[in-house]
Each structure stands twice: as structure tokens, then as C-alpha cells.
Design a protein around this ligand. Structure first.
Ligand code: FE2
Length: 416
């Protein structure tokens, strides 16, 4: 007797018309026509059952602040950073927590059950740190929040940052962050990267740095990040986020760089919605797309995930917590229109993003957590094309989301 069976579903890896059986918090069987009764039986009707969406790069502390204290008039990255600098001192811990809760509800409604969120630690009171630690614990039954200590104003550039970042880690933040290209010089960027990697190695923590988020092809902090990952034996535990300068780098240099990144087990997160809007802003025409070289990195053996980065904040006025919007944009920006490319775009917001976070027991196999979402479509290609309704969401074996299928009624008199 199972607790739950979802029957007749297709899975993103190509398995078709299978049943998925759940006992307690785990998947216990996957296969065609599973025998046995269950407490609840759901007919999937040949639709796509996916492991939950995962956002490998987000900012919960700034999400949903759009318009406070004013809109980003130019729409640029630098005005966004300046605007955040104005807004940050005025934020109250309770408001940050309440917005984060609202965003988590939005995410869960979209089948997004895991988020890696950077948290700005350049605040003497660490209000965002405390707010998001509170929300992480409160929302844990429903969504995995992995928090990154992010020194937005520069680990060396802001003289308070090192102490505040350490304090944030002491309070329970999960991952070491950084922003080496924002330090005063390239040399100080390399020094910041080395110091933060040593800190993470000492504490046994993962690393995720905003790295080379610029069109400047000479911004090469990723090289140091990869070298330090090798030096500390942290293969698979270090992520370079954005890496947009790789879009503008010389091909000869990239031909050497990608093998180094693969050797170092560096993980990469591109943020298509943000990269396509914030990069190339100093160009006239031709205008660069700016997103890192996702297909080439994948071909070189580097894991690439897509993140949402921002929703309704000083950097980006749009966004809805739907990772299929992110994958859809990534597919277009990176021209990943091949059959294999489209499958990779779906993986970039599911399995590949889960690998960045290091989520245990993620997937649709016996023994994995019973976490999944049923979509109103039949395969990953339709999911990317339609960004369809999330019909059902199950988290740790419990149904946490139900939504009726979208069935528009057309009223077209005279057309029969
Ligand atoms: Fe970011």
C-alpha cells in the first residue's frame, strides 16, 4: 500500500507512460503499470512530471522592492547598485522577511522548490541575514533556501565586509560569496578571491561568486576562481555566477580557460533575463548579448545552470518566479534551439541547477525525495514553448499545490 501514486506520466529524461509511487517522504517505485493500491491515486493523463524547478541564483533580500525609493531610470546595472545602496539602510528586518515569504509563495506556486539566494552582508546590522535565516527555517518544509553571504560592496573595497561576512557565516549562512570584478583593481579582485576561497576551505563551505559580470573582456577573475578551486581541492563545490565577460573574450584565451574550468570542476550559473538586459549597454551596434558561453561550456564538460537573479527589484522590473521563463530566455539568448540544446535548457533549471546547490536525493528514481511537479504539457519541449500550468506540486510526499488546467473558452460568433 503506497501513500500516493501518480499514474501515466512522462518524465523529462524520456521515460514515457510510467507510474510514480510514494511512501512517506520518498519515491519508492517508478515504472509502467505499478501494481498495488495507494491512499491517493492521481491520473497524470500522459502529462509531464518533472522534478521541481531549482533556481541556482537569486536575491531574496531585494526581491519585490520595485519602486522603493524610486525606479531605476536608466535600467543599468550601475544605477541598480546605486539604488540598492540608497534603499538598503532604510530596510526593516520584518519587511525583508515578509517580502521573502511572499516570493517563496510565488515560487512554490510555480513548482520552484529550491532557491540559492545571495544575501547582502554589507550592512552593520545584518538585517537581511537575520530575516532570511528566519524565513529559511520557517519555509523549510516547503522550499529549500540555500543562502550565500554576498559582500555586495566588495570584500576588500568595503572595510567592514570581512568581519560582517564572517559574522553572517557564524549565524548560519550556508555558502561563501564574493564579487571580485567589483573590487578596486583586478589585483585586489584576485586577492579577494584567494582570501574568500581560503575562508571557505577552512569552514568546509561551498562558494558562489558573482564573477566577471561585465562586458570587459579583460575581466578574467574566473581564472583565479578556477585555480583556487583546484588548489583547495574544492572541485564541484565552487560556482562562478554570471561570467558575462566570457561572451566578449578572445577565443584563443577561452580555448585555454574552459579546460581549466572543467579541470577545476567549476560550476557556472548564467542569468539569461538579467544578462540580456544589463549587458551590452555601452554598445551602439552591433550590440552584444552578454550571456556567458553556455553551449561551449557544456561541450567542454562544465555544468551550466540558469538562474533568475532578480524579480521586481532595482535591477529588473519584471519576473514572476517561473523558471520556465528563465529557460525560455536562455534558449533564445544562447541559440540553444537544437533538440539537445532544448533538453539542456530544461535541465539548466532542474537537474543541473540541483547539482549547483548540491541538493541530496533530487530526481525521479526510487530513494529520491518525493518532490515533483505535474505540468499541463507532454514533454520538456512543450514545457519550454508553452510555460504551462503547474497542475500539481508534491513536496516530501505531501501535495502542496493544485491548479486547474487552463482551458480557454473561445467566443467567436459566426465561425461555427
Ligand atoms: Fe546576482
Amino acid at each position: 500500500m503506497f501513500d500516493l501514486i501518480v499514474k501515466h506520466v512522462n518524465l523529462p529524461d524520456g521515460r514515457t507512460d510510467v507510474d510514480v509511487a510514494v511512501q512517506g517522504q520518498r519515491i519508492v517505485a517508478v515504472g509502467p503499470r505499478l501494481p498495488g493500491a495507494a491512499g491517493e491515486v492521481i491520473d497524470g493523463q500522459g502529462q509531464l512530471l518533472s522534478p521541481p524547478f531549482v533556481d541556482a541564483h537569486f536575491h531574496l533580500d531585494s526581491a519585490l522592492t520595485l519602486g522603493q525609493p524610486r525606479r531605476n531610470a536608466s535600467g543599468t546595472l550601475l544605477e541598480g547598485i546605486a539604488l540598492w545602496g540608497e534603499l538598503k539602510p532604510t530596510l526593516r528586518r520584518e519587511d525583508i522577511a515578509e517580502r521573502a515569504r511572499a516570493y517563496c509563495r510565488m515560487a512554490i506556486a510555480n513548482g520552484l522548490f529550491a532557491i540559492r539566494s545571495h544575501v547582502d552582508v554589507c550592512d552593520p546590522e545584518l538585517r537581511a541575514v537575520d530575516a532570511l535565516l528566519e524565513v529559511r527555517a520557517e519555509m523549510a518544509p516547503y522550499i529549500d533556501l540555500q543562502l550565500v553571504a554576498f559582500p555586495q560592496d566588495g570584500y576588500l573595497r568595503d572595510p567592514r565586509a570581512a568581519a560582517l561576512l564572517n559574522e553572517a557565516l557564524d549565524r548560519g549562512i550556508d555558502v561563501v560569496g564574493g564579487i571580485p570584478h567589483f573590487e578596486r583593481t583586478a589585483e585586489e579582485g584576485r586577492a579577494a578571491t584567494a582570501a574568500l576561497m581560503a575562508l571557505a576551505a577552512r569552514r568546509g563551505l561551498r562558494v558562489d561568486m558573482h564573477c566577471d559580470e561585465t562586458d570587459d573582456p579583460h575581466s578574467r577573475q574566473v581564472e583565479t576562481l578556477a585555480r583556487e578551486a583546484l588548489r583547495h581541492g574544492m572541485q564541484g563545490r565552487v560556482t562562478g555566477s554570471h561570467l558575462t565577460s566570457m561572451h566578449s573574450m578572445d577565443n584563443n584565451y577561452v580555448d585555454k580557460l574552459i579546460p581549466l574550468m572543467a579541470e577545476a570542476g567549476l560550476q557556472v550559473v548564467a542569468n539569461p533575463l538579467i544578462n540580456i538586459t544589463l549587458q551590452g549597454r555601452y554598445d551602439s551596434y552591433p550590440k552584444r548579448r552578454g550571456m556567458t558561453r553556455a553551449p561551449e561550456l557544456l561541450a567542454g564538460g562544465v555544468n551550466v545552470a540558469f538562474g533568475q537573479d532578480c524579480v521586481m527589484d532595482p535591477w529588473y522590473a519584471l519576473g514572476s518566479g517561473d523558471m520556465l521563463d528563465v529557460a525560455h530566455m536562455g534558449l533564445h539568448v544562447a541559440q540553444m534551439t537544437s533538440v539537445a540544446g532544448q533538453i539542456e535548457c530544461f535541465a539548466a533549471v532542474t537537474t543541473r541547477a540541483a547539482a549547483v546547490l548540491g541538493l541530496p536525493d533530487y530526481g525521479l528514481y526510487p530513494g529520491c525525495f518525493a518532490d515533483f511537479v505535474l505540468l499541463q504539457c507532454s514533454d520538456p519541449f512543450e514545457a519550454l514553448r508553452l510555460r504551462p500550468t503547474r497542475l500539481l506540486g508534491v513536496r516530501r510526499g505531501a501535495v502542496v499545490l493544485r491548479c486547474p488546467p487552463r482551458q480557454p473558452t473561445l467566443l467567436l460568433p459566426g465561425l461555427g
